[in-house]
Design a binder for this molecule. Structure first.
Ligand SMILES: *[C@@H]1O[C@H](CO)[C@@H](O)[C@H](O)[C@H]1NC(C)=O
Ligand SMILES: *[C@@H]1O[C@H](CO)[C@@H](O)[C@H](O)[C@H]1NC(C)=O
Ligand SMILES: *[C@@H]1O[C@H](CO)[C@@H](O)[C@H](O)[C@H]1NC(C)=O
Ligand SMILES: *[C@@H]1O[C@H](CO)[C@@H](O)[C@H](O)[C@H]1NC(C)=O
Ligand SMILES: *[C@@H]1O[C@H](CO)[C@@H](O)[C@H](O)[C@H]1NC(C)=O
Ligand SMILES: *[C@@H]1O[C@H](CO)[C@@H](O)[C@H](O)[C@H]1NC(C)=O
Ligand SMILES: *[C@@H]1O[C@H](CO)[C@@H](O)[C@H](O)[C@H]1NC(C)=O
Ligand SMILES: *[C@@H]1O[C@H](CO)[C@@H](O)[C@H](O)[C@H]1NC(C)=O
Length: 822
C-alpha cells in the first residue's frame, strides 16, 4: 500500500460513525442522513452495521461524500462488505429512507435520486439487517421483497449464493468503489469463471479461471447450478444433481469463530479471507486460498490490456497478488494508478526516423533495454525466423513500427507494436525481450532538471575469478606504459625513420597472434633504444615493422616468470580479444628469459597526460566519449570476451588514446599472465593508491568489481580533470581524497565545485550529475553494491535511470586512513 493510500485508509477508518440504533427492526419511514454521526443501523448481534460511511478525500471528490454500505462493526478495520452507490457517492445530508412502495431510496439534498432498491413488488412492511450481514426488506406477509445478498458487489459472505447469470464485479482500485474490470460470473452453462470486461462496456473477455476446468472430479454428467458460500464458510459449485464441487481443498476454520468473506480483489484475484471473531483480533484478514494461482500468466486475452494496463508488466508478488510496473523509459499514464497503462517517455515516429537516418545510423539514436523471462504475447505483428539476435535487433532498429522485439528459442524474432498488452513476468519464458528506446546521448541533452531516479540497481553477479595472491600493486607509480610527452614525440619522429624494419614471417600462434623472435624485435626497436614507457610489468619500447606500422614492444620484467605453457595460454587469451576500446596485442616473443609482447602503437598518449597536463581541459564531450569508451572496453573484458579478464590496474596511465581520441585500455590480462603471488605490503598498496578497491586490503575475493571501483575513481578524474592522488586539488579541499571530496560536493549539491569553471560541464548539468552518481555507485565500499560494467554502460547511455547512490558519511574510511597516516 502506498503511503498516500495508507493515509486515506487510516483517515477512512478514523471517521467511523457511532451506531445509533440496534433493535434489528427498521420500520417504514425510518431514515438515515449522510453526515458524520447519524448514520447506521445495526444487526441484532452488532456484528454488522448498515448506513453511511464517509469516503476518503481524493482527486475526484473534495471530501464530504458518503457511501451507503454494510460493514463489519466489531472489527477494528470496519471492512465494508457491501455498498450501494459506488459510482455515485452521496453528498453530505443526502437521505436514505425506507419507503412503503420503493423500499430503500437514497436522495441527495436537492431531492435527486442517487440509488434505490430495484424490483420491489408489493408493499414494504419493515426491513432488517441480519446477523449474516444481509439487509432484507419484507412485505406485509413477511415475504422477502429485496435483499442485499441478491445484489452483490465484489464479495460474498457465508450463506450467500451466486445464481446463474449473477456476478461479482471488482472495484477499480484499492481505495475506489467504482466498477473495475474483473468479474466472477456464474454462467448460464453452469461454469463459474473469472474474466475481464472491456470497460466502459461490459464486453466479457475469455475467462482466466474456470471452476469446471479446475474441478478435480471431472464428472461432467451434471452441470453447475449455483455458486454457494455456505454458512459454515465452505465455497462450492452446487450441481444440478446435488454434487458439491469445492473451490479449494483447504480446511476451513469454523464460521462461529471466524468471519469469512470471498472477495474479488481489485486486481482480479479471488481470495477467501478469514478474521477471528474474538476481541483479541487485531483486525488483520488472513488469506485462506486464492484463485488463480498466478494471474499474470493465467490471464491472456487478445482484446483488453491484461491484468495491468497497456505497456505495463505484471509480476506476481509473494502474496499471489499481481504487481504492475512500467518498463524503463515508460511512465504511468495516471501517476496515481500503479495498475494502469504506461506510455513511452519518447515518441516512435516514422517521419522522425526518416530524418534521423539522414543524420547517421539508427544505432546512433536507439538502443535496447533487455528483459528476461518477460513477454507481451499478444502484440506481435511479425515473426522473422530463423533469425539471429543481431538480425533481430537490427530489424527492429530499422523498423519504425517496431517498439519491442522478442527473441526466443535462439531463432525466433517477434516484432511487436504499441500498445503492448498482457505484459507478464513468466519464469518459463526463454529468450529475451528487447525494448527499443532512444539513446540519451550524454553529449546532447542539457535539460537542467534532474531525472527522478526510480528503484534500485539490481546486480546479477558474478563470474568470480580469484587470483592467486595479489599482484601489481608493486612497481613505480607515475611511469606510464606509453608515455609520450610532446618532446619525446618529437624525438621519436626523428628516430622512427632510422629504425630497422622487420620482415613478416608466417609464424602464427593461435588465430591472431604472431610469434616474433627476439632478434626480430631487437632490430625493430633498434636495439631496444626508444623507451616510451615504464610500468608495473616492464619497459615499453617503440618499434617499426617492415610495413612501416609502428609497434610498442613491452619487455616483461625478467623476475616475473611463469611456465611456458601458462604464458602462452594467457597470451592467447589476450590475443583473442577484439574491441575498439582495447589496445590490440599483435604478437609476442618467448625465448628463454626474454619475454616480450608486441602491441599496436597509439599516437595520442595516455589519458593521464590528457587530463592532468594542466594546460587546457579536454572538452566535456570528449571526456564523456572517453568515459563511455573505457566502460565499454571493461564491459567487454568482464562479460563479452572469450575468457573473462579482470584488469586489476585501471588507472589513467593505462588508458591510451588513438588517432581519433578513442580510449583504449592497455595492460589487460597481464595481472593473470604474470601470476605474481607476492604478498601485498603497505608499500605495494601505495603504489597505485587511490584506484585500489578496498577488497585488496581485506581478505576478500578479487572479482570484476575491483575494476568497477577503479573505473569509478577514474570517472571522477575524468569529470574533474584532477588526479585522485590529490596533487592538484583546490585549496578548500586540500588533503582530501578526490573520492571523498566529490562525494561531499555531490551531497551538498555543489556540482559546480567539481567542474570548477568548466562551463561546458555545467551546462550539461543532468549529465554531470548522472556521471557523478555513477562514479559514486562504482566506488561503493561494498563490492556487491557496485554496479556491473554492463549496468554502468547502460546508465552512461541513458538506457536506464541512475538511482541516487546510498548515503555514506565517508566512502572508504579504511583506505583513507591508510593514505593519511597520522
Ligand atoms: C418489525 O416491524 C414490523 C412492522 O412494524 C412488525 O410486523 C414485525 O413483527 C417486527 N419484527 C420484529 C422482530 O420486531
Ligand atoms: C437521523 O436524523 C434524522 C433527522 O435528521 C432522524 O429523523 C433519524 O431518526 C436519525 N436516525 C438515527 C438512526 O438516529
Ligand atoms: C437471519 O440470520 C439468521 C442467522 O443469524 C438466520 O438464521 C436467519 O434465517 C436469517 N434471516 C433471514 C430472513 O435470512
Ligand atoms: C470451462 O471449462 C469446461 C471444461 O473444460 C468447458 O467445457 C467450458 O466450455 C469452459 N467454460 C468457458 C466459459 O470457457
Ligand atoms: C457421474 O455422475 C452421475 C450422476 O450424478 C453418476 O451416475 C456417475 O456414476 C458419475 N460418474 C463418475 C465417473 O463418477
Ligand atoms: C495481526 O495479527 C496477525 C496474526 O494474528 C499477524 O500476522 C499480523 O501481522 C498482525 N497485524 C498487525 C497490523 O499487527
Ligand atoms: C518522463 O517524462 C517526464 C515528463 O516529461 C519526466 O518528468 C520524467 O523524468 C521522464 N522519465 C524518464 C525516465 O525519462
Ligand atoms: C541547452 O542549453 C542551452 C544553454 O546552456 C540552451 O540555450 C539550449 O536551449 C538548451 N537546449 C536544449 C535542447 O534544452
Amino acid at each position: 500500500m502506498s503511503p498516500v493510500s495508507m493515509l486515506c485508509f487510516l483517515l477512512f477508518h478514523l471517521l467511523i460513525p457511532s451506531p445509533s440504533q440496534a433493535d434489528g427492526n427498521i420500520t417504514v419511514g425510518s431514515s438515515l442522513t449522510a453526515k458524520k454521526d447519524n448514520s447506521s443501523w445495526l444487526s441484532p448481534s452488532g456484528d454488522f452495521a448498515f448506513g453511511f460511511r464517509p469516503l476518503p478525500t481524493n482527486l475526484n471528490n473534495r471530501g464530504g461524500v458518503f457511501l451507503l454500505s454494510i460493514w463489519y462493526n466489531k472489527i477494528p478495520s470496519r471492512t465494508i462488505v457491501w455498498f450501494a452507490n459506488g459510482d455515485r457517492p452521496a453528498p453530505e445530508n443526502s437521505k436514505l429512507e425506507l419507503t412503503s412502495d420503493l423500499g430503500l431510496v437514497l436522495t441527495d439534498p436537492r431531492g435527486e435520486r442517487l440509488w434505490m432498491s430495484e424490483n420491489i413488488v408489493g408493499t414494504v412492511s419493515h426491513a432488517t439487517i441480519n446477523d449474516t450481514g444481509n439487509f432484507l426488506i419484507f412485505g406485509s406477509n413477511l415475504e422477502k421483497l429485496w435483499e442485499s445478498f441478491d445484489d452483490p458487489v465484489d464479495r460474498l459472505l457465508p450463506s450467500q449464493t451466486l445464481g446463474k447469470n449473477k456476478f461479482l464485479s471488482s472495484r477499480q482500485s484499492d481505495g475506489s468503489f467504482s466498477r473495475g474490470k474483473f468479474q466472477l460470473r456464474m454462467l448460464d452453462s453452469g461454469d463459474l469463471v473469472l474474466n475481464t470486461i472491456n470497460l466502459p462496456s461490459s464486453y466479457a473477455n475469455e475467462p482466466y479461471y474456470n471452476s469446471t476446468r479446475t474441478a478435480r472430479d471431472s464428472n461432467m454428467s451434471s452441470l453447475g447450478k449455483e455458486f454457494v458460500f455456505d454458512n459454515s464458510g465452505s465455497p462450492f459449485v452446487l450441481r444440478e444433481n446435488g454434487d458439491k464441487v469445492y473451490l479449494s481443498q483447504v480446511k476451513v476454520p469454523s464460521a462461529s469463530e471466524f468471519y469469512h468473506r470471498i472477495t474479488l480483489n481489485f486486481d482480479g484475484v479471488l481470495t477467501h479471507y478469514v478474521n477471528p471473531k474474538n476481541s483479541n483480533s487485531n483486525g488483520t484478514w488472513i488469506s485462506l486460498w486464492s484463485e488463480p494461482e498466478n494471474i499474470c500468466t493465467a490471464l491472456l486475452t487478445p482484446r483488453g490490456s491484461g491484468v495491468c494496463g497497456y505497456n505495463s508488466i505484471c509480476s506476481l508478488g509473494g502474496d499471489n497478488r499481481p504487481r504492475c510496473g512500467c518498463p524503463d523509459r515508460y511512465t504511468l499514464l495516471d501517476p496515481n494508478d500503479e495498475y494502469g497503462s504506461c506510455t513511452p517517455n519518447f515518441t516512435l515516429n516514422c517521419e522522425e526516423d526518416e530524418k534521423k537516418l539522414k543524420q547517421g545510423s539508427m544505432g546512433d539514436f536507439y538502443t535496447f533495454v533487455e528483459l528476461e523471462h518477460t513477454g507481451w504475447p499478444m502484440s506481435d505483428y511479425a515473426l522473422l525466423a530463423p533469425f539471429s539476435e543481431d538480425e533481430c535487433r537490427n530489424s527492429c532498429l530499422h523498423d519504425c513500427m517496431c517498439a519491442v522485439a522478442g527473441f526466443r528459442d535462439g531463432k525466433n524474432c517477434w516484432k511487436k507494436k504499441l500498445p503492448l498488452s498482457n505484459g507478464r513476468v513468466d519464469p518459463k519464458l526463454n529468450g529475451k525481450i528487447l525494448i527499443k528506446v532512444p539513446k540519451r546521448d550524454l553529449t546532447i541533452t542539457n535539460d537542467s532538471q534532474y531525472p527522478i531516479p526510480k528503484g534500485k540497481i539490481k546486480h546479477h553477479d558474478h563470474r568470480i575469478l580469484i587470483l592467486v595472491g595479489s599482484m601489481l600493486l608493486g612497481a613505480s607509480v607515475s611511469i606510464n606504459f606509453v608515455l609520450i610527452g610532446a618532446i619525446t614525440w618529437g624525438f621519436l619522429f626523428v628516430y622512427c625513420k632510422k629504425l630497422k624494419k622487420i620482415s613478416i614471417e608466417e609464424n602464427v600462434v593461435g588465430l591472431n597472434l604472431r610469434y616474433f623472435t627476439y632478434q626480430e624485435l631487437f632490430e625493430a626497436t633498434d636495439g631496444l633504444k626508444e623507451e616510451i614507457g615504464r610500468g608495473s610489468f616492464g619497459i615499453v619500447y617503440k618499434g617499426l615493422m617492415s610495413n612501416n606500422a609502428a609497434i610498442a614492444v613491452k619487455k616483461l620484467c625478467s623476475a616475473m616468470h611463469s611456465k611456458e605453457r601458462e604464458f602462452r595460454t594467457e597470451v592467447n587469451a589476450i590475443g583473442q580479444t577484439h574491441h575498439k576500446n582495447l589496445v590490440r596485442l599483435l604478437g609476442f616473443c618467448d625465448e628463454g628469459h626474454e619475454r616480450l609482447l608486441v602491441y599496436e602503437f597509439l599516437s595520442n598518449g595516455t589519458l593521464s597526460s590528457l587530463l592532468f597536463s594542466g594546460e587546457s581541459k579536454p572538452s566535456w564531450i570528449q571526456r564523456c566519449h572517453i568515459a563511455s569508451g573505457i566502460a565499454r572496453g571493461l564491459l567487454y573484458l568482464h562479460e563479452e570476451c572469450p575468457t573473462q579478464i579482470i584488469h586489476c590496474d585501471i588507472k589513467p596511465q593505462n588508458i591510451l588514446l588513438d588517432d581519433y581520441h578513442n580510449a583504449r585500455i592497455s595492460d589487460f590480462g597481464l595481472a593473470k599472465l604474470l601470476k605474481m603471488n607476492q604478498s601485498h605490503t603497505q608499500t605495494d598498496i601505495r603504489g597505485t593508491r587511490g584506484y585500489v578497491a578496498p577488497e585488496w586490503f581485506r581478505n576478500l575475493p578479487i572479482t570484476v568489481k575491483v575494476d568497477v571501483y577503479s573505473y569509478g575513481v577514474l570517472l571522477l578524474e575524468i569529470i574533474c580533470c584532477r588526479s585522485c592522488l590529490g596533487t592538484e586539488l583546490s585549496r578548500e579541499s586540500e588533503g582530501e581524497l578526490l573520492t571523498d571530496w566529490a562525494y561531499d560536493c555531490f551531497m551538498h549539491g555543489r556540482l559546480d565545485a567539481l567542474v570548477e569553471g568548466d562551463t561546458e560541464g555545467l551546462s550539461n548539468r543532468t549529465n554531470l550529475k548522472n556521471l557523478v552518481m555513477i562514479a559514486i555507485w562504482c566506488i561503493q565500499e561494498d563490492p556487491s553494491l557496485r554496479p556491473t560494467m554492463k549496468k554502468v554502460t547502460q546508465m552512461l547511455e541513458g538506457a536506464v535511470e541512475v538511482p541516487v547512490p546510498p548515503c555514506a558519511s565517508r566512502l572508504n574510511s579504511s583506505t583513507s586512513s591508510f593514505l593519511h597516516p597520522n
